[in-house]
Design a protein around this ligand. Structure first.
Ligand SMILES: [Zn+2]
Length: 181
């Protein structure tokens, strides 16, 4: 068991022969593509990965990734902490033909050289696990509208809970030159 540091690049086939486990964290600050979906780069991704060879001699990577990340709530546009968890069950292959031959419970990871970026792999998996519509829980959200989604993932207001009457003068004030826009 290697504690703490998760190396940037690894040789997955060698690690699998050695039956290596990683248990540590990768700081969000080094995951630049992931940051584009976040409102800040605080925190880290918890990483537990096991490299091993299965009974058919395949190089496999199994484990879990998790973290609490700050995303923009799609209702109130304030930062919201979202928990992201991802389970990984990968088989390292040399090419697409090998990828297609894998049993359905294994996702292919095509690695054409000895080494590959472990950080990129972690980042890809976390990005896939991000919620499509991040947001606060209903009681934690400042938005006056409760939104819901249809089966295609489109967001629409379900119910208006705000009882504030709209003041026509505040609307006019917003239209004045130099007003807030
Ligand atoms: Zn919110």
């Amino acid at each position: 068991m290697l504690d703490g540091q998760i190396p940037h690049t690894v040789e997955p086939r060698k690690l699998a022969r050695q039956d290596v486990r990683f248990d540590g964290e990768v700081a969000v600050t080094v995951l630049k593509r992931l940051q584009q979906s976040l409102v800040d780069s605080d925190g880290a991704i918890r990483v537990q990965l096991h490299f091993f060879r299965d009974l058919e001699g395949r190089t496999c990577i199994e484990g879990t990734l998790g973290g609490e990340l700050a995303m923009e709530c799609q209702r109130c546009l304030e930062p919201a902490k979202v928990n992201v968890e991802s389970e990984i069950s990968l088989a390292v292959v040399w090419n697409d033909d090998q990828a297609k031959a894998l049993p359905s419970h294994l996702e292919p990871l095509v690695v054409t050289e000895d080494s590959t970026s472990l950080w990129d792999l972690i980042e890809d998996e976390v990005i896939l696990a991000l919620p499509l519509i991040p947001g606060h829980d209903d009681d934690a959200c400042r938005a006056g509208l409760i939104y819901t989604t249809d089966p295609e993932g489109n967001l629409y207001p379900e119910e208006e809970v705000s009882d504030k009457k709209q003041n026509p003068f505040s609307v006019l004030a917003g239209l004045k030159p130099g007003g807030n826009d």
